[in-house]
Design a protein. Structure first.
Length: 359
């Protein structure tokens, strides 16, 4: 580790231990400047030095996690954060979800203060009443801090979950916990909603697509797709083509739509919205809502199956992808042999067209 980074991290830790807010912020700024100026090696060194401290940080010191996330954006390796940051963010959401109930019991349901650090002392003191009634004081303090620091943990985690190697390194039970706790606070935190969605992103996931009009089947592999409308655009790009080559007849999506769904500017606006080329149903006959996510497609015999139907009118979206820094993959692996295709057609249920957008 570069000696300057070691010195700056030691200074940051010293400022946290001394509980000096101004000193901490100044030390954090100096460390960030050194990490950015030193390139990927220095950014990685900062991440590795900060990772062991993150689990025990609360309140304003959660900004340390934001710096770690920024170091990843500057080229640093996120590996040291895999076993720390998702769990810490999950805990913050879990505590944040529980806080209103505890606060209500302590205050006879007075309104909670705004989640700004200036109110920390008031919140901690009020919850302390419950400690005198036998509740764990340390738990109550961490809960109080979550009201103010949750967004910092989520901000850092969003940066990392947008990266495929980091997502795949996070254990499935940890992702499940993230989705559960994100759902509990998503009504008051857009970042929590995004974390829940990112934790559900599928990677290296087999996908089977059937076109009843031409009795064709396609095997694909998808990853890093944030929502179903993005998948609509990418599917149209991969599958629409020359029927003589076994592809789906139809009008291909505009190149600007595909770029917006992949790695270009995601904002198409109202003048050039991406128009869906299909309606999609799953293997059980259920309508696949464009606003949903691929993980919600219920597998059929262990495989996620989509059945293509004509679009029935114009349905467009002005945003090509939800997560700008998450690059998707959707590979057409092969066109299925007719006998294999028929086996899948024999398994799928008829489309249930009882949805306004599906009809």
């Amino acid at each position: 580790m570069p000696s300057e980074i070691t010195r700056l991290v030691d200074d940051l830790v010293a400022q946290m231990r001394s509980r000096s807010g101004p000193g901490y912020r100044a030390a954090l700024r100096r460390l960030g400047e050194a990490a950015r100026a030193g390139g990927p090696e220095s950014a990685t060194a900062v991440i590795e030095a900060l990772a062991p401290w993150l689990r025990g940080l609360h309140g304003d010191y959660a900004m340390t996690a934001v710096l770690a996330g920024a170091c990843v954006e500057w080229g640093g390796s996120p590996t040291a954060l895999v076993g720390v940051l998702p769990e810490r963010a999950s805990e913050a959401m879990m505590l944040n979800a529980a806080l209103p109930e505890f606060w209500g019991r302590a205050t006879r349901w007075r309104p909670l203060p705004e989640p700004v650090s200036a109110s920390t002392g008031r919140l901690v003191k009020t919850l302390g009443k419950l400690a005198r009634q036998g509740a764990d004081e340390g738990f109550l303090t961490r809960m109080a801090m979550s009201w103010f620091d949750m967004e910092d943990w989520l901000k850092a985690l969003i940066t990392l979950l947008a990266r495929g190697p980091f997502r795949t390194a996070v254990a499935a039970p940890v992702k499940a916990g993230l989705r559960e706790h994100a759902a509990a606070v998503a009504d008051r935190s857009q970042r929590a909603a995004w974390v829940g969605q990112l934790a559900a992103v599928l990677d290296d996931e087999p996908l089977l697509v059937l076109d009843p009009r031409i009795r064709r089947g396609y095997a694909l592999t998808m990853g890093g797709i944030g929502d179903n409308f993005q998948m609509h655009t990418l599917l149209a790009d991969r599958l629409i083509g020359d029927p003589e080559q076994g592809l789906v007849a139809g009008e291909r999506p505009a190149r600007s739509w595909v770029e917006a769904a992949t790695d270009g500017d995601p904002n198409l606006g109202t003048s050039d919205p991406a128009i869906r080329r299909f309606r999609l149903f799953d293997g059980h006959g259920g309508y696949v809502h464009p606003e949903g996510i691929p993980a919600d497609i219920e597998p059929l015999d262990g495989t996620r199956v989509l059945v293509l139907h004509p679009p029935n009118g114009t349905f467009g979206m002005g945003v090509g992808r939800v997560f700008e820094h998450m690059t998707p993959t959707l590979e057409l692996d092969r066109v299925l042999e007719p006998a294999q295709t028929q086996l899948w057609f024999d398994r799928v249920a008829p489309a249930v067209e009882n949805d306004l957008m599906a009809g």
